[in-house]
Design a protein around this ligand. Structure first.
Ligand code: C2E
Ligand code: CA
Ligand code: CA
Ligand code: CA
Length: 274
């Protein structure tokens, strides 16, 4: 048992070394990567449940690191937030996504926004400047926010949201169901859409507790006049379950993984591929 304990410890140690090493890499290299245009966006289609028409694509950032390979957003977004790089990163994502979206008329572009980025006092004017620069119709831009955006300074968040919506920008509440006070936020803040978190579908059961929760979320969203999107749809069973509930839009590996902009060009050129 003693031996096993020691092995476990060294395993944990190795994991920590790995985490610290990665953090150092991120801090040192991310600023340069943003400046040198080294990050890339992949896009994942969101389809209408009735006919699988692609109505939106969500931009998901990736970092192809020359030494460490492709780094997933979960590995560097938090560090970017801690090191004050998230503003530059977020602006880069907004500009790249809106620019790419000009190739996809009629399709909305969904962009993830970090809470720190959203709370920055210039956020609304930065977004609107980028939209104007790119020449994109603001009603095609959909910002995906999480509850963490509104928990700190609800009044400021509300003001920014009202201003964005007045410009026509759409707002989605991401990871719905994973926070604390979702119902209060839904009543107070003017979202256009809720995205049911992937963790609810992961159970993959169409009966039981997860199913009851998904059922309630879809009905709540519909009752409030919101678009309801399910993320992480992987099976036909989930698809039929969500259809029966009246969910509006779907996103997940069943239709497409996040792909390059060029692959989105191909998907949109051949309606009915998904
Ligand atoms: P999210 O916004 O909840 O995005 C959905 C995540 O689920 C993506 O992971 C996507 O690749 C993955 N996914 C989609 N469909 C399926 C499926 O059917 N099965 C499974 N197992 N997974 C699926 P990804 O790209 O690694 O992004 C992780 C998170 O990183 C995102 O979660 C988002 O919170 C954050 N993120 C990504 N891009 C950005 C960005 O540009 N800015 C900010 N602030 N955050 C970002
Ligand atoms: Ca998202
Ligand atoms: Ca999610
Ligand atoms: Ca998320």
């Amino acid at each position: 048992a003693k031996n096993g304990g020691r092995n476990r410890f060294s395993f944990v140690e190795r994991q920590m070394d790995e985490a610290l090493r990665l953090r150092k890499v991120v801090e040192d290299d991310l600023r340069k990567a943003i400046e040198n245009d080294e990050l890339v966006l992949h896009y994942q289609p969101q389809v209408e449940i009735d006919n699988y028409t692609v109505v939106a694509v969500e931009a998901l950032v990736r970092w192809p690191h020359p030494v460490h390979g492709m780094i997933a957003p979960e590995k560097f977004i938090t560090v970017a937030e801690e090191r004050g790089l998230i503003i530059a990163l977020g602006e880069w994502v907004l500009r790249r996504a809106c620019t790419d979206a000009m190739r996809w008329p009629g399709v909305r572009i969904a962009i993830n926004v970090s809470a720190i980025q959203f709370r920055h006092r210039d956020f609304v004017s930065d977004v609107m400047r980028i939209i104007t620069d790119c020449g994109i119709d603001p009603t095609r831009v959909e910002l995906e926010l999480t509850e963490s955006v509104v928990v700190k300074d609800a009044d400021a968040a509300e003001e920014a949201m009202i201003e964005l919506r007045a410009h026509g920008v759409r707002l989605a509440l991401d990871d719905f169901g994973t926070g604390y006070s979702s119902l209060i936020y839904l009543r107070r803040f003017a979202f256009d859409k809720i995205k049911i978190d992937r963790s609810f579908l992961e159970a993959a059961e169409t009966t039981g507790e997860s199913a009851i929760l998904i059922h309630s979320i879809v009905h709540l969203g519909r009752a409030l006049g919101l678009t309801v999107t399910a993320e992480g749809v992987e099976t036909h069973e989930q698809l039929e379950f969500l259809r029966a509930l009246g969910c509006h839009e779907l996103q997940g590996y069943l239709f497409s993984k996040p792909v390059t902009a060029e692959e989105i060009d191909v998907i949109l050129a051949q309606p009915g591929t998904l």
